[in-house]
Design a protein. Structure first.
Lengths: 943, 317
């Protein structure tokens, strides 16, 4: 349709157009390139037609045409598709052609014609035949100029004043001019006349037959056949375009073939009409439709055309994308049904006859690249290349320079379409060999439509292979399973690989990146699907055997195989969990799930598939072997035994892990399904060695490794005993477990304290009449406590080291723990006094002085001091109150003057009652004080 | 017809009636249905007595032949506790009865071929005379199962010893098997409560006596492994406890041969067959060493380093 319209426009450009109104052109808002060209064509046509003395056709360009012109033509679409990157993908091509066809040529009349406007501004053709009604304008130049406007009478006479009647009807314009001029010039000598035709006569014509509006028309005498047809609304779609007859006086004067005009621009049969002419349009003749890859798909009326070739000419010829060999003709058979006739148009259809009602379908060529090879993957110039007979890999990859950095040389893949069975195949080859040696077997001969895929060493290959794997999956049938293998676990590029039929395990491993360092060479698994029953079974593979050319282990892979490779890190149990569960699921009545389990002291405890001939040692190998600490004498095997083949019981038996035990089953024992092997750890195996640190006044201080239940006494002997300066009483014994306990208690205490303070915030004080703001004191005490809070517990244990090392007996000796730290200080002969005294300082120890004496030496207690609550922290960490029972009660609860030991610290606390009225807080402060003192003491000692 | 003939007929009829009655009683014995799963405790005493007669041993001869089971031990010794402490009846039945019954069933289930074996019963009743001195006049001789059954009937007293305690009895057995050249299995049938520390120690002594020379302790490269003298003797020690089916053994030892069971666990024919098999035999033979037992192996001479299928044939040709 579109092409037809375009073509008409082109035609009009060549002929002429006068009636194109500017308004119609301007209606298109944004002129496209195509429209601009058309406009230019119109303009040139307009300028050209002044020189041409031809009749103008009045054609109105359709609006719909203008809009449709923006969509690309079939030709353009075809080329656009070819511009895409080269691909080997195939698309299914239905036998589709245009949805609808129209009769050719009738668009010419589809525009609504304007009134039949006589054309007055054009020269009169010389062959115009004068008839009654024509008006001549005659000017005579003499002494006086006269002008007559004279109309030809019905008798065909022109009545010229002073000259008489002249018969002009039937003459051509040229002849009439001459006759008139002569007639005047004869009568009046010396006169010059100019004769023009000022108005044409109207002639009456008759339009009958298959026209839109049949009837009698009065048209300008200047009209041609086409003029008349167009202005009268044209020919109906049932009318023939090829056999338009003009009858004059009962005789056919011309037979007009509109196709000749439309297709060849031949208007020789387009005659001027005369008075009384009858235009007869007979019904349309035989038609042939042509659709598909053709320039102008349409239904054509056939007159003299006998074969397809002629129809192709009518339709403008085949498109380049047309497949001439596969054309079809849909024909109405003699039996009254449609048949399909295959037409080979390679001789342009010269030998293919046509019938009325035929529909010729021209299909496009197959949208499939042939004789190409595709290079893809890790190369610089991927894309399609021309294939030629005997083409090799090295013809495609002529040098390594087209490979990208990091290209894999050990494995490359060719994806090939088997032309015979229409299946996709893959072939792996060694790229290095192929490039290095042109004559090596790896330099494969390529076939058309091969796709060469170059891998790289770093990125996962699975993504690159998805497409071909999907393709293989789609091609899989019941008896032709999907030809892929899976690699899982310890392999550089785990994933699904298309199977190169006949490849052995190690070959495929190489294509998947090769064996990794540290892969378990002793144990690998192959999960194979029985292709007949679709049941899974396992084959245990020893890569060691495979590398030693044992073809049993380096086996030929089958479709759907899954290869599991392990190393020391991979969690084997979870890796093989899925297939194992499948095996369990598939186990039927009367069978036992071939799964055996190992637990305990092996590297990878878990469930493993049982393979035929499996022994205990194989199970241990599957679990990655025994560990250093594994008990090497015996293990326990639990076996589920069926009694009367229905009642199961579990028997446990000892397995000797040594090779030659006369009685016990050894690791040669053949496993049964569901067996469970437990390997134990060596008794008393020391997982983490235990250390004790001893420092200070020791002969050999350092870090000592201890056995279980090692005591302080024995350690001291190992460490060479104490030096002379050692102050055993002041020994600091730090224990981690104690520290943790203390820390926990301390944390809990602070939590409680915080909660308590929050409580006191909300509750009123005991004495409600106190003027103090209720929160003030609580904040105060909280600040105090925060400042006093020790950051960390130290974990000091008070021990009597002296008796421990001297007596070495059960009551006084101490069992050491991991992380114990023993610090033996130097002898201290001083006593420190700190806290609420006037001058906190240290004093030399003298045995005749007691606690209160030292306080007195420090200037006595301050006013805020809580004298009776003073503490003495001794060098061994013991805290003693001046009023404690150990110190003895003083008279009437007054502080006693207790004896102190060297290295003690006397602490006089602050009277908490003085700064706030909260008696409960006193308790907490008390605890914290003690802790502070302990820390302070320790710092003192360690310095 | 004389009355004599009539009497004869009457008698014979009576006899037939009685016999048929007997058969009927035999057939009408009510045994709990799932006898495999039912413990002795579940049996009504009277029914249990009757069920003794219908213990239908599951002889393992055919199985031994078919599976080509390999003998595990050369000697078999039963030590059956018949002491007074077992006198207290369980459900009205002397528990000593259970102990003997287990051994009887064991013997009935054993393969018919002779095995060097003996049965030692012991009790500690002070009034009775000591029949066998501790110098082990008892010998272990090759016996057929029916001989063993005869020994068990108590008609011959030579196998009965009277000692103070179970541990002494074990020491006695230990003396017995300690001098034997080949490995032996000792099955102790006693009440769980009898097993105390002294019994544990006695068993340990017996094990030490029969086992020496293990080279597993020495971790050396295989090439330079020292060949330690190989002990041909050895001991598998089994305990069958009288009582209910819960094992209360103190004699389990993960490293050594043997295990503990309970009377109820082994009393039923199939369980007893399994017990006998594990005491007397190792696994079925596998001559071509392909991991498939010979009785399942369709390809008897598979070359080494071949992957086989469950029929013992090479999977890949």
């Amino acid at each position: 349709m579109k092409q037809l319209n375009k073509w008409i426009l082109a035609l009009l450009g060549a002929v002429t157009v006068s009636g194109v109104s500017h308004a119609q052109v301007e209606r298109v808002m944004v002129p496209t390139l195509e429209e601009q060209q058309r406009r230019e064509a119109l303009l040139t046509a307009q300028s050209a037609d002044s020189s041409q003395d031809t009749t103008r056709y009045q054609v109105i360009v359709q609006d719909s045409n203008m809009q449709q012109a923006t969509t690309p033509s079939q030709l353009e679409q075809n080329v656009t598709e070819s511009l895409r990157p080269v691909t080997l993908e195939e698309e299914i091509q239905q036998q589709r052609v245009q949805d609808k066809l129209e009769l050719f040529g009738y668009d010419m009349f589809s525009g609504v014609s304007s009134t039949f406007a006589p054309v007055s501004d054009m020269p009169v053709p010389y062959d115009y035949v004068i008839g009654p009604g024509d008006t001549f304008t005659i000017q005579a130049f003499a002494a006086t100029n006269v002008q007559y406007d004279l109309t030809v009478t019905r008798e065909g006479l022109l009545l010229i004043p002073d000259a008489g009647a002249v018969t002009v009807s039937g003459l051509t314009f040229e002849e009439a001019k001459k006759v008139i001029s002569e007639a005047i010039e004869i009568k009046r000598i010396g006169i010059k006349t100019i004769v023009t035709l000022s108005e044409f006569r109207s002639i009456h014509i008759m339009l009958v037959g298959e026209v839109t509006k049949p009837g009698s028309y009065s048209v300008s005498g200047f009209s041609t056949l086409i003029n008349a047809l167009v202005s009268s609304g044209g020919i109906k779609r049932t009318g023939s375009l090829r056999n338009i007859q003009v009858k004059r006086n009962g005789q056919v004067v011309t037979t007009f073939d509109l196709y000749a005009l439309l297709l060849k621009g031949d208007d020789s049969a387009n005659i001027y009409l005369r008075q009384g002419d009858l235009i007869f349009v007979p019904p349309v003749g035989p038609t042939v439709g042509i659709a598909g890859e053709i320039l102008r798909p349409a239904i054509y009326e056939v007159s003299k055309e006998k074969n397809v070739k002629a129809i192709l000419e009518l339709a403008g010829g085949l498109l380049p994308t047309a497949n001439a060999k596969t054309a079809q003709i849909e024909r109405i058979s003699n039996g009254g049904m449609y048949t399909l006739q295959q037409a080979n148009l390679k001789n342009n259809g010269n030998d293919v006859a046509i019938n009325n009602g035929d529909l010729i379908r021209i299909f496009p060529v197959l949208d499939k690249m042939d004789d190409v090879v595709l290079l893809s993957g890790h190369v610089l110039t991927p894309g399609g290349f021309q294939w030629f007979e005997g083409m090799k890999v090295t013809d495609l990859i002529q040098s390594k320079s087209i490979l990208r950095q990091g290209a894999e040389f050990d494995a490359a893949m060719i994806q090939r379409e088997n032309r015979e069975d229409k299946r996709t195949e893959v072939i792996y080859f060694n790229l290095w060999n192929a490039i290095a040696d042109k004559y090596s077997a790896d330099n494969l001969t390529l076939q058309p439509r091969d796709q060469l895929i170059i891998f790289d060493t770093h990125s996962p290959r699975a993504g690159q292979l998805t497409k071909v794997v999907n393709k293989l999956e789609n091609e899989a049938t019941a008896d032709n399973p999907i030809k892929v293998v899976d690699f899982k676990g310890a392999i550089p590029h785990a994933g699904t690989y298309p199977l190169h039929m006949g490849a052995r395990l190690l070959d495929m491993v190489k294509y998947a990146g090769g064996l990794e360092a540290g892969v378990d060479l002793n144990y690998a698994l192959l999960a194979r699907t029985d292709l007949a029953t679709d049941r899974l079974y396992f084959i245990r593979i020893s890569l060691n055997e495979a590398l030693n050319n044992n073809t049993d282990h380096n086996l030929v892979l089958q479709p759907k195989d899954k290869v599991y490779l392990f190393n020391k890190d991979i969690d084997r149990a979870s890796l093989i969990q899925t297939p194992l569960e499948r095996v369990k699921r598939e186990t039927q009545f009367g069978q036992q799930a071939p799964v055996v389990e190992v637990s305990g002291s092996v590297f990878h405890p878990g469930a493993y598939p049982m393979v035929p001939g499996m022994r205990v040692e194989d199970l241990i190998a599957a679990a990655g072997g025994m560990k250093e600490e594994t008990y090497g004498l015996a293990a326990t095997l639990s076996r589920q035994v069926l009694m009367d083949s229905e009642f199961s019981r579990t028997d446990s038996r000892a397995i000797s892990l040594t090779k030659n035990d006369p009685l016990l089953d050894t690791t040669d024992l053949i496993l049964h399904p569901r067996d469970h092997l437990v390997l134990r750890m060596k008794p008393e195996w020391v997982q983490a060695p235990q250390y004790v640190e001893i420092e200070g006044e020791i002969t050999f201080p350092g870090r000592y490794r201890i056995d279980k239940r090692e005591t302080l006494c024995s350690l001291m002997q190992k460490a060479g005993g104490f030096t002379e300066d050692a102050y055993l009483f002041g020994t600091v014994f730090l224990r981690d477990s104690v520290r943790k306990k203390e820390q926990k208690a301390l944390d809990r205490m602070f939590e409680e304290l915080t909660r308590l303070l929050a409580d006191t915030h909300v509750s009123q004080g005991v004495n409600k009449d106190e003027k103090m703001p209720k929160d003030q004191r609580a904040d105060d005490i909280y600040d105090v406590i925060k400042k006093m809070a020790p950051e960390k517990a130290v974990g000091r244990m008070v021990v009597d080291v002296h008796s421990a090392v001297t007596r070495c007996d059960e009551t006084s000796d101490i069992v050491l723990e991991n992380g114990d730290r023993i610090i033996v200080p130097k002898y201290l002969d001083e006593v420190s006094v700190i806290g609420q005294v006037y001058f906190p300082t240290s004093h030399k120890f003298r045995s005749d002085r007691a606690a209160l004496d030292y306080i007195g030496l420090s200037g006595g207690v301050k006013e805020l001091a809580q004298y009776e609550h003073a503490y003495i922290v001794q060098a061994n960490g013991e805290v003693m109150s001046v009023r404690s029972s150990t110190s003895g009660w003083g008279l009437f609860n007054s502080p006693a003057n207790v004896k102190v030991t060297p290295g003690s610290t006397i602490f006089v606390p602050l009277s908490v009652d003085r700064i706030n009225g909260r008696e409960s807080a006193e308790k907490w402060v008390d605890i914290i004080y003690k802790n502070i003192i302990a820390t302070a003491m320790l710092a003192n000692l360690l310095n | 017809m004389s009355w004599k003939t009539q009497t004869r007929i009457v008698f014979s009829l009576l006899l037939v009636a009685m016999l048929s009655g007997c058969f009927a009683t035999e057939n009408l014995v009510h045994v709990p249905r799932h006898d495999n799963m039912t413990s002795v405790d579940d049996y009504d005493l009277r029914l249990y007595r009757q069920s003794q007669h219908i213990f239908n041993p599951m002889p393992i001869d055919a199985r031994v032949m078919q599976l080509r089971l390999q003998p595990r031990v050369e000697h078999l010794v039963f030590l059956v506790d018949q002491s007074a402490s077992l006198n207290d009846s369980a459900q009205g039945l002397d528990t000593r009865f259970y102990a003997k019954e287990v051994v009887r069933r064991f013997v009935k289930t054993m393969p018919t071929q002779p095995i060097s074996s003996t049965i030692v019963t012991y009790n500690n009743e002070p009034a009775l005379q000591l029949y066998a001195p501790l110098d082990a006049r008892l010998t272990i001789a090759t016996r057929f199962p029916n001989e063993l059954e005869f020994l068990l009937s108590g008609h011959r007293t030579a196998q009965h010893i009277q000692v103070k305690s179970l541990s002494v009895a074990i020491d006695f057995v230990s003396e017995l098997v300690g001098n034997l050249p080949g490995p032996s299995a000792v099955v102790l049938v006693t009440e769980w409560a009898q097993i105390d520390e002294s019994v544990e120690l006695a068993v340990m002594r017996m094990r030490q006596r029969t086992t020496f020379g293990r080279n597993a302790h020495v971790v050396v490269p295989e090439a330079s492994a020292i060949a330690w003298p190989q002990s041909h003797s050895g001991l598998c020690f089994y305990t069958v406890g009288v009582g209910n089916r819960l094992s209360r053994s103190r004699l389990e030892n993960a490293d050594s041969c043997g295990f503990s069971s309970a009377v109820d666990k082994v009393a039923q024919p199939s369980n007893m067959a399994n017990f006998v098999e594990s005491v007397l035999f190792r696994g079925p033979a596998d001559e071509d060493n392909d991991g498939i037992y010979d009785y399942q192996d369709l390809c008897p001479a598979t070359p080494a380093h071949k992957i086989v299928d469950y029929r013992g044939c090479p999977r890949f040709q």
